[in-house]
Write a protein of this length. Structure first.
Length: 299
């Protein structure tokens, strides 16, 4: 017969109470059953753990040593079991969230704050990826939810829009076009552009290029940057202009000027996407999606 957790737990309680009646009450089992459990443990170990008299129960030397050695592992098992229950209930665990620049500069920080305020024991692990990478990681189960530039349709995925962005022109504050309130797109055809990294930003680049080509010109790229703040730093330095989604943080940045575009332009949508089969069984994900919908609908 292998030693089981119930044998060690029973011994721990008997050693704490030094009384079989009280120990059986704590364990919610009959006293004869508890006595058999302790005897089975002693038999399997080949060692006496308790010294018994008609009135007193004490620990042998072997019993004292065993008690010291099992107390920490049993406490750890209790913690593991409790956390497992909380994960099942959706009150503890972790959530893996993918994002891109537009999401991080949009609603995502507010969504994470709202979610963590309600469920503080869930660790939100944020991972920066491109949209194609995020979709692949969602399908492979390596991400729980992704905030990406959309739309993106797949039968295994659920999604909804989190934010609709407006495309604007951003230029150095000293640029002659900054005198205009609205920029005709044709005024940008000879301008050098600062854009995001071609690999990371390729979906957004495709959208910009299609927009410009429909109006008779292609983008002339002067320099790339990895993230939005790098793009704005290069624009402020006079390297070129850019087309970007509108945001308060850009409008408050020194050295750049934001202007609306005259022509109707494509709408940029940030979407939340997850695997449909995960939402029903993962309570943490379901609650995070509730926070996301709440913030998105309050925009």
């Amino acid at each position: 017969m292998p030693i089981e957790l119930r044998h060690l737990r029973a011994f721990q309680i008997v050693a704490a109470e030094l009384n079989f009646r009280r120990a059986s009450q704590r364990l919610n089992i009959a006293q004869p059953a508890l006595t058999r459990t302790i005897k089975d443990l002693e038999y399997m170990l080949g060692a006496a753990l308790l010294e018994r008299t008609t009135r007193v129960v004490g620990l042998t030397e072997a019993g004292r040593w065993l008690l010291r050695e099992i107390e920490k592992p049993l406490d750890q098992i209790d913690q593991i079991m409790n956390r497992t229950r909380r994960i099942h209930l959706g009150t503890a665990g972790e959530l893996r969230v993918g994002f891109n620049d537009f999401a991080m500069n949009g609603h995502l920080p507010e969504i994470v704050r709202d979610f963590r305020a309600r469920i503080p024991e869930v660790d939100v692990l944020l991972q920066d990826h491109t949209t194609p990478q995020m979709i692949e990681l969602i399908l492979e189960g390596e991400l729980d939810v992704a905030f990406h530039t959309g739309p993106y349709h797949h039968r295994q995925l659920g999604s909804f829009p989190v934010r609709h962005e407006r495309l604007v022109c951003v230029m150095p504050s000293s640029h002659p076009l900054a005198e205009l309130k609205v920029i005709p797109l044709k005024e940008l055809q000879s301008e050098p552009f600062v854009l995001g990294d071609p690999e990371t930003w390729r979906i957004f680049h495709r959208l910009l290029r299609d927009f410009c080509l429909r109006h008779g010109f292609d983008l002339r790229v002067a320099q790339h940057a990895v993230h939005s703040d790098g793009i704005m730093a290069l624009v402020a330095a006079g390297i070129g202009v850019t087309l970007h989604v509108d945001a308060d943080w850009i409008r408050h940045r020194q050295g750049v000027t934001v202007r609306s575009l005259k022509e109707p332009h494509p709408q940029i949508t940030t979407q939340a996407t997850w695997r449909r089969d995960r939402a029903g069984s993962n309570r943490i994900l379901s609650q995070f999606l509730e926070s996301t919908r709440h913030i998105a609908n309050s925009d």
